[in-house]
Ligand binder design. Structure first.
Ligand code: AMP
Length: 288
Protein backbone atom coordinates (compact mmCIF):
# COMPACT_ATOMS: atom_id res chain seq x y z
CA UNK A 1 0.00 0.00 0.00
CA UNK A 2 1.33 3.36 -1.03
CA UNK A 3 0.99 6.19 1.53
CA UNK A 4 0.57 9.55 -0.17
CA UNK A 5 0.63 12.89 1.63
CA UNK A 6 0.84 15.35 -1.26
CA UNK A 7 -2.04 16.34 -3.53
CA UNK A 8 0.27 16.46 -6.57
CA UNK A 9 1.41 12.87 -5.99
CA UNK A 10 -2.17 11.65 -5.44
CA UNK A 11 -3.20 13.27 -8.73
CA UNK A 12 -0.32 11.54 -10.51
CA UNK A 13 -1.57 8.19 -9.24
CA UNK A 14 -5.23 8.81 -10.12
CA UNK A 15 -4.29 9.99 -13.63
CA UNK A 16 -2.30 6.80 -14.05
CA UNK A 17 -5.27 4.63 -12.94
CA UNK A 18 -7.51 6.50 -15.42
CA UNK A 19 -5.00 6.00 -18.24
CA UNK A 20 -4.98 2.27 -17.52
CA UNK A 21 -8.80 2.22 -17.57
CA UNK A 22 -9.10 1.06 -13.94
CA UNK A 23 -12.18 1.78 -11.84
CA UNK A 24 -11.36 3.54 -8.57
CA UNK A 25 -13.31 3.05 -5.34
CA UNK A 26 -12.78 5.70 -2.67
CA UNK A 27 -13.32 5.45 1.09
CA UNK A 28 -12.87 8.78 2.86
CA UNK A 29 -12.36 8.58 6.64
CA UNK A 30 -11.09 10.56 9.60
CA UNK A 31 -9.08 7.56 10.86
CA UNK A 32 -9.46 5.83 14.24
CA UNK A 33 -10.65 2.96 12.10
CA UNK A 34 -13.04 0.18 13.11
CA UNK A 35 -14.97 -2.58 11.35
CA UNK A 36 -17.48 -0.03 10.01
CA UNK A 37 -14.76 1.68 7.97
CA UNK A 38 -13.34 -1.67 6.88
CA UNK A 39 -16.76 -2.76 5.60
CA UNK A 40 -16.64 0.18 3.18
CA UNK A 41 -13.17 -0.89 2.04
CA UNK A 42 -14.39 -4.47 1.54
CA UNK A 43 -17.34 -3.30 -0.55
CA UNK A 44 -15.10 -1.09 -2.67
CA UNK A 45 -12.68 -3.96 -3.22
CA UNK A 46 -15.56 -6.15 -4.43
CA UNK A 47 -16.82 -3.52 -6.88
CA UNK A 48 -13.71 -1.65 -8.11
CA UNK A 49 -10.26 -2.43 -9.53
CA UNK A 50 -8.43 -0.05 -7.18
CA UNK A 51 -9.37 1.07 -3.68
CA UNK A 52 -8.11 4.35 -2.28
CA UNK A 53 -8.77 5.30 1.34
CA UNK A 54 -8.13 8.68 2.89
CA UNK A 55 -7.45 9.68 6.46
CA UNK A 56 -7.97 13.35 7.14
CA UNK A 57 -9.37 14.89 10.31
CA UNK A 58 -11.01 17.85 8.61
CA UNK A 59 -10.77 20.96 10.80
CA UNK A 60 -13.44 22.69 8.71
CA UNK A 61 -16.22 20.37 9.87
CA UNK A 62 -15.59 20.87 13.61
CA UNK A 63 -17.02 23.86 15.46
CA UNK A 64 -14.77 25.71 17.92
CA UNK A 65 -16.41 23.94 20.90
CA UNK A 66 -16.08 20.45 19.35
CA UNK A 67 -13.49 17.69 19.62
CA UNK A 68 -11.06 18.49 16.74
CA UNK A 69 -8.00 18.71 18.97
CA UNK A 70 -8.74 15.51 20.89
CA UNK A 71 -10.22 13.48 18.01
CA UNK A 72 -8.45 10.08 18.19
CA UNK A 73 -5.45 9.89 15.85
CA UNK A 74 -4.15 6.34 15.44
CA UNK A 75 -2.37 6.58 12.10
CA UNK A 76 0.05 3.68 12.55
CA UNK A 77 -2.66 1.20 13.50
CA UNK A 78 -5.04 2.57 10.82
CA UNK A 79 -2.54 2.22 7.99
CA UNK A 80 -1.72 -1.34 9.06
CA UNK A 81 -5.46 -2.21 8.96
CA UNK A 82 -5.96 -0.60 5.55
CA UNK A 83 -2.95 -2.42 4.16
CA UNK A 84 -4.22 -5.82 5.28
CA UNK A 85 -7.70 -4.93 3.97
CA UNK A 86 -6.14 -4.60 0.50
CA UNK A 87 -6.18 -0.82 -0.01
CA UNK A 88 -3.97 0.23 -2.95
CA UNK A 89 -3.19 3.76 -1.82
CA UNK A 90 -3.80 5.74 1.36
CA UNK A 91 -4.14 9.50 0.95
CA UNK A 92 -3.25 11.19 4.24
CA UNK A 93 -2.61 14.89 3.71
CA UNK A 94 -1.82 17.40 6.45
CA UNK A 95 -4.25 20.24 7.24
CA UNK A 96 -1.78 22.66 5.60
CA UNK A 97 -1.70 20.59 2.43
CA UNK A 98 -5.52 20.65 2.19
CA UNK A 99 -5.99 24.25 3.40
CA UNK A 100 -2.83 26.21 2.58
CA UNK A 101 -4.67 29.44 3.39
CA UNK A 102 -5.83 28.12 6.76
CA UNK A 103 -9.18 26.49 7.40
CA UNK A 104 -11.32 27.68 10.27
CA UNK A 105 -11.63 31.39 10.68
CA UNK A 106 -10.36 32.39 7.24
CA UNK A 107 -13.29 34.34 5.76
CA UNK A 108 -11.61 34.37 2.33
CA UNK A 109 -11.99 30.61 1.84
CA UNK A 110 -14.22 29.34 -0.95
CA UNK A 111 -16.72 26.89 0.58
CA UNK A 112 -19.32 24.44 -0.71
CA UNK A 113 -22.62 25.45 0.89
CA UNK A 114 -25.21 22.64 1.08
CA UNK A 115 -28.22 24.99 1.30
CA UNK A 116 -31.12 24.23 3.68
CA UNK A 117 -30.26 20.51 3.71
CA UNK A 118 -27.11 21.44 5.62
CA UNK A 119 -29.10 22.79 8.57
CA UNK A 120 -31.33 19.76 9.10
CA UNK A 121 -30.79 16.83 11.49
CA UNK A 122 -27.12 16.94 12.63
CA UNK A 123 -26.73 20.22 10.75
CA UNK A 124 -29.25 21.80 13.14
CA UNK A 125 -27.16 20.90 16.21
CA UNK A 126 -23.81 21.41 14.46
CA UNK A 127 -24.05 24.68 12.48
CA UNK A 128 -21.51 24.78 9.65
CA UNK A 129 -20.68 21.08 9.97
CA UNK A 130 -22.05 20.04 6.58
CA UNK A 131 -20.41 23.02 4.85
CA UNK A 132 -17.13 21.60 6.15
CA UNK A 133 -18.06 18.07 5.05
CA UNK A 134 -19.25 19.12 1.57
CA UNK A 135 -16.17 21.29 1.02
CA UNK A 136 -13.66 18.61 2.00
CA UNK A 137 -15.45 15.84 0.10
CA UNK A 138 -15.63 18.03 -3.03
CA UNK A 139 -11.87 18.62 -2.73
CA UNK A 140 -11.18 14.92 -2.17
CA UNK A 141 -13.34 13.96 -5.16
CA UNK A 142 -11.33 16.34 -7.35
CA UNK A 143 -8.03 14.96 -6.08
CA UNK A 144 -8.91 11.25 -6.16
CA UNK A 145 -11.33 11.27 -9.14
CA UNK A 146 -13.10 8.09 -7.97
CA UNK A 147 -15.52 6.03 -10.03
CA UNK A 148 -17.45 5.20 -6.84
CA UNK A 149 -17.28 6.59 -3.32
CA UNK A 150 -18.37 4.61 -0.25
CA UNK A 151 -20.10 6.16 2.78
CA UNK A 152 -21.75 4.68 5.86
CA UNK A 153 -25.51 4.88 6.33
CA UNK A 154 -24.78 5.57 10.00
CA UNK A 155 -24.16 9.18 8.96
CA UNK A 156 -27.51 9.35 7.14
CA UNK A 157 -27.64 13.16 6.95
CA UNK A 158 -24.12 13.18 5.51
CA UNK A 159 -25.25 10.73 2.82
CA UNK A 160 -28.22 13.00 1.99
CA UNK A 161 -26.01 16.11 1.75
CA UNK A 162 -23.37 14.41 -0.39
CA UNK A 163 -25.90 12.75 -2.71
CA UNK A 164 -27.42 16.15 -3.33
CA UNK A 165 -23.98 17.71 -3.87
CA UNK A 166 -23.08 15.05 -6.44
CA UNK A 167 -26.39 15.63 -8.24
CA UNK A 168 -26.53 19.43 -8.11
CA UNK A 169 -22.84 20.02 -8.88
CA UNK A 170 -22.58 17.19 -11.47
CA UNK A 171 -19.78 15.22 -9.87
CA UNK A 172 -18.95 12.23 -12.06
CA UNK A 173 -18.99 9.73 -9.20
CA UNK A 174 -21.40 7.08 -7.98
CA UNK A 175 -22.11 7.43 -4.28
CA UNK A 176 -22.67 4.10 -2.49
CA UNK A 177 -24.31 4.07 0.97
CA UNK A 178 -23.35 1.00 3.06
CA UNK A 179 -25.18 -0.57 6.05
CA UNK A 180 -24.37 0.33 9.66
CA UNK A 181 -21.89 -2.04 11.30
CA UNK A 182 -22.63 -2.66 14.99
CA UNK A 183 -20.88 -4.07 18.04
CA UNK A 184 -22.20 -7.47 19.19
CA UNK A 185 -24.57 -5.75 21.66
CA UNK A 186 -26.04 -3.44 19.01
CA UNK A 187 -24.09 -0.20 19.54
CA UNK A 188 -23.31 1.39 16.17
CA UNK A 189 -19.54 1.43 15.72
CA UNK A 190 -18.04 4.91 15.87
CA UNK A 191 -14.59 6.37 16.37
CA UNK A 192 -16.15 8.44 19.16
CA UNK A 193 -17.18 5.33 21.14
CA UNK A 194 -13.66 5.28 22.54
CA UNK A 195 -14.45 8.49 24.47
CA UNK A 196 -17.10 6.65 26.53
CA UNK A 197 -16.51 5.72 30.16
CA UNK A 198 -17.65 2.19 31.10
CA UNK A 199 -20.92 3.60 32.49
CA UNK A 200 -21.49 5.73 29.38
CA UNK A 201 -20.72 2.72 27.17
CA UNK A 202 -23.52 0.80 28.92
CA UNK A 203 -25.91 3.74 28.66
CA UNK A 204 -25.02 4.27 24.98
CA UNK A 205 -27.04 1.16 24.14
CA UNK A 206 -30.13 3.30 24.69
CA UNK A 207 -29.88 4.60 21.11
CA UNK A 208 -30.18 1.12 19.63
CA UNK A 209 -32.85 0.10 22.15
CA UNK A 210 -34.88 3.24 21.41
CA UNK A 211 -34.79 2.55 17.67
CA UNK A 212 -35.60 -1.10 18.40
CA UNK A 213 -38.69 -0.06 20.37
CA UNK A 214 -39.91 2.12 17.51
CA UNK A 215 -39.16 -0.64 15.01
CA UNK A 216 -41.11 -3.19 17.03
CA UNK A 217 -44.12 -0.90 17.17
CA UNK A 218 -43.88 -0.33 13.42
CA UNK A 219 -43.79 -4.10 12.79
CA UNK A 220 -46.94 -4.39 14.90
CA UNK A 221 -48.72 -2.04 12.48
CA UNK A 222 -48.19 1.42 13.98
CA UNK A 223 -47.08 4.00 11.43
CA UNK A 224 -47.71 7.37 13.07
CA UNK A 225 -44.41 9.22 13.47
CA UNK A 226 -45.52 10.65 16.83
CA UNK A 227 -46.23 7.17 18.22
CA UNK A 228 -42.87 5.77 17.01
CA UNK A 229 -40.99 8.75 18.43
CA UNK A 230 -42.84 8.37 21.76
CA UNK A 231 -41.82 4.69 21.87
CA UNK A 232 -38.18 5.68 21.43
CA UNK A 233 -38.49 8.41 24.08
CA UNK A 234 -39.77 5.80 26.55
CA UNK A 235 -36.38 4.04 26.36
CA UNK A 236 -34.56 7.30 26.97
CA UNK A 237 -36.74 7.97 30.02
CA UNK A 238 -35.23 4.78 31.49
CA UNK A 239 -31.69 6.05 30.86
CA UNK A 240 -31.67 9.57 32.32
CA UNK A 241 -27.89 9.92 31.89
CA UNK A 242 -28.41 10.06 28.11
CA UNK A 243 -29.57 13.43 26.77
CA UNK A 244 -31.64 13.36 23.57
CA UNK A 245 -30.50 15.70 20.78
CA UNK A 246 -33.15 14.55 18.30
CA UNK A 247 -35.48 11.65 17.64
CA UNK A 248 -37.20 12.05 14.33
CA UNK A 249 -38.74 10.40 11.29
CA UNK A 250 -37.65 12.08 8.05
CA UNK A 251 -37.48 11.71 4.32
CA UNK A 252 -33.94 10.35 3.71
CA UNK A 253 -33.30 12.73 0.77
CA UNK A 254 -34.77 16.03 2.03
CA UNK A 255 -34.34 15.27 5.76
CA UNK A 256 -37.74 16.91 6.31
CA UNK A 257 -40.06 15.39 8.95
CA UNK A 258 -42.64 12.80 7.92
CA UNK A 259 -45.98 12.23 9.64
CA UNK A 260 -46.27 8.58 8.61
CA UNK A 261 -43.68 5.81 8.52
CA UNK A 262 -43.30 3.72 5.36
CA UNK A 263 -40.51 1.66 3.76
CA UNK A 264 -37.60 3.94 2.86
CA UNK A 265 -38.30 6.51 5.59
CA UNK A 266 -35.45 7.31 7.97
CA UNK A 267 -35.91 7.00 11.74
CA UNK A 268 -32.96 8.83 13.27
CA UNK A 269 -31.66 9.43 16.78
CA UNK A 270 -28.86 11.56 18.24
CA UNK A 271 -27.98 11.77 21.92
CA UNK A 272 -25.25 12.90 24.28
CA UNK A 273 -23.58 10.54 26.72
CA UNK A 274 -21.62 12.98 28.86
CA UNK A 275 -19.82 15.15 26.30
CA UNK A 276 -19.93 12.52 23.56
CA UNK A 277 -22.54 12.91 20.86
CA UNK A 278 -23.65 9.64 19.26
CA UNK A 279 -25.99 8.99 16.34
CA UNK A 280 -27.86 5.97 15.04
CA UNK A 281 -30.72 5.34 12.64
CA UNK A 282 -32.94 2.85 10.89
CA UNK A 283 -33.97 2.97 7.25
CA UNK A 284 -37.44 1.48 7.49
CA UNK A 285 -37.70 -1.75 5.55
CA UNK A 286 -34.04 -2.61 6.05
CA UNK A 287 -32.61 -4.83 8.74
CA UNK A 288 -31.94 -3.05 12.03
P1 AMP B 1 -15.54 8.88 9.87
O1 AMP B 1 -14.14 8.39 9.97
O2 AMP B 1 -16.29 8.85 11.15
O3 AMP B 1 -15.65 10.20 9.13
O4 AMP B 1 -16.30 7.83 8.95
C1 AMP B 1 -15.82 7.52 7.67
C2 AMP B 1 -16.88 6.74 6.94
O5 AMP B 1 -17.17 5.53 7.65
C3 AMP B 1 -18.20 7.51 6.83
O6 AMP B 1 -18.76 7.28 5.54
C4 AMP B 1 -19.03 6.88 7.91
O7 AMP B 1 -20.42 6.95 7.66
C5 AMP B 1 -18.56 5.43 7.85
N1 AMP B 1 -18.88 4.74 9.09
C6 AMP B 1 -18.62 5.17 10.36
N2 AMP B 1 -19.13 4.30 11.26
C7 AMP B 1 -19.73 3.32 10.56
C8 AMP B 1 -20.45 2.13 10.91
N3 AMP B 1 -20.65 1.79 12.18
N4 AMP B 1 -20.93 1.35 9.91
C9 AMP B 1 -20.73 1.69 8.63
N5 AMP B 1 -20.07 2.79 8.23
C10 AMP B 1 -19.58 3.60 9.17
Amino acid sequence: MQIVTSIAEMRRLTRDYARRGLTVGFVPTMGALHAGHLSLVARSRRECDITIASIFVNPLQFAANEDYARYPRTFHDDSRQLESAGVTALFAPSADEMYPAGSNGNPENFLVQPGPLGSRLDGASRPGHFTGVATVVAKLFHIVAPTRAYFGQKDAAQVAVLRRMVRDLNFDVELVACPIIREADGLAMSSRNRYLSPAERRDALVLHRAIGNAAMLYMMGESSADALIAAAQTEFALTPAARIDYITLVDPDTLLPLKQAAPGALFAVAAYLGNTRLIDNWLIGQEL
